[in-house]
Structure formats: C-alpha cells, structure tokens
Ligand binder design. Sequence first.
Ligand SMILES: Cc1cc2nc3c(=O)[nH]c(=O)nc-3n(C[C@H](O)[C@H](O)[C@H](O)COP(=O)(O)O)c2cc1C
Length: 223
Amino acid sequence: MTEKHLNFNMQNDLSNYRKSYEKSHLIESSLDENPMMQFRKWFYEVEEMGGIEEVNAMTVSTIGLDGFPKSRIVLLKHYDENGFVFYTNYQSEKGKALIENPKVCISFFWPTLERQVIIQGLAKKTSDIQSDNYFNSRPEGSKLGAVVSPQSQVIPDYDFLQNKLKELEQHYQNQPITRPKHWGGFLIKPMIMEFWQGRPNRLHDRIRYTLENMDWRIERLAP
Ligand SMILES: Cc1cc2nc3c(=O)[nH]c(=O)nc-3n(C[C@H](O)[C@H](O)[C@H](O)COP(=O)(O)O)c2cc1C
C-alpha cells in the first residue's frame, strides 16, 4: 500500500477536544461606543497578558478572481480611526483579489483571553507616501525579500530566490533599496466589527457593531 492510501485511511476523531471558556466577559455597560476603541482595549489586554507571540497576526479572507474565498495570515502593522493596515505584494493572489473586489474580512483569534474579533470592510491601497515610509522602516533583508519574491507565482525551486537575492544584494550594494511599485499597504475601512468572548456552557458573548450613517449600531448576537 502506498503512503497515499495509508493517509487516506487515517482517522482523527477530535470530538473529545473540549474546553470551558471562563476568562472574561463582554457586557453592554462596559462597551466602548466606538469599535476601534473597543478593539484597542482588547488588543492591549491581550498584549499585556502575554503568551501570544504575534498578537497582530490576523486572518485575511478575500474573494478570489476565481470566485472562491481564500484566507491567509498577515501581520497588522497599523490601526487608527481610519481602519486596519497590512502590507503585501499587490500582484499576489490576495493583492489582485482585493483590487478586483475590495470586500474583505479580517479576523483575530486570541486564545489566551478566549477572544475573537471579526471585521468586514472595504480595502484600498494605502498612499504611496505611507507605503514608502513603512517600506523604508524595514530591515534591509526584508526590503530585499519584498523585491526578490514574485509572491504567489510558481517558481522552479528555492535556489531561484537565493540566486535572485544574491544578484540584488550586489546591485544594491551602493544604493538605497526603494519600494517596488507592486508592493505596499492595504487600508481596511471597517463596516461591521464583531467581538466574541468565550463564556461557560457555550453561552458566549457576541457584540456586533454595524456602521450606519456614520454611527455605530450595537447589537448582541446569540452564540
Ligand atoms: C505569521 C505570518 C505572518 C505573515 N505576514 C504576512 C504579511 O504581513 N504580508 C504578506 O503579504 N504575507 C504575510 N504572510 C504570508 C501569507 O500568509 C501568504 O502566504 C502570502 O501573503 C501569499 O498569500 P496569497 O498568495 O494568498 O496572496 C504571513 C504568514 C504568516 C504565517
């Protein structure tokens, strides 16, 4: 029997994976009226608690050119009253997807405090100046990595990247590495933000903020 067949018969029953969520709660009286402020509060609480290496790691889901949703992790690099910013290659699969269809969902899972935040909104490219500023703040190796990698394209092997890196290291020996035009940020302007707090007996808290006429409507959802 081949390895493939063995894998096919492998069974993984995870039905006994269970835990009770009891670390915190989210009640109306303690909510901020503005979901960005609520996000900031939660973010800092999770950060302060420790135990998560990349608190700013988030799942970004896009609708691809093929019509399928696809999710992947990226790092949140900035957020303020305008929204959430991450950086990527505009010619990557997600880059092309967002340029064609700016509807996007980002989500965070912070298990240490049993929290999830799900944000739906619209993505647009950050300004050249903002992308330049961030690019210029990166270590040289990361700058070169962004130039070297044709993100999401099929490449022949790992050496392809290493050889390209060597070439570029030589090329940029005596000149600054500038941001390639196909690399930059996306700003996600939130329209719906949902905060999920794990509670005992699966009776979790879910609070949804929906943007309506420049104001946020706040509702509780059944878990
Ligand atoms: C922890 C972590 C952080 C990542 N951060 C980024 C990021 O900030 N930007 C990015 O383009 N890709 C990031 N990636 C890689 C993406 O998950 C993904 O592989 C890549 O962007 C290509 O995605 P695409 O082909 O769907 O466009 C990260 C991956 C991990 C696991």
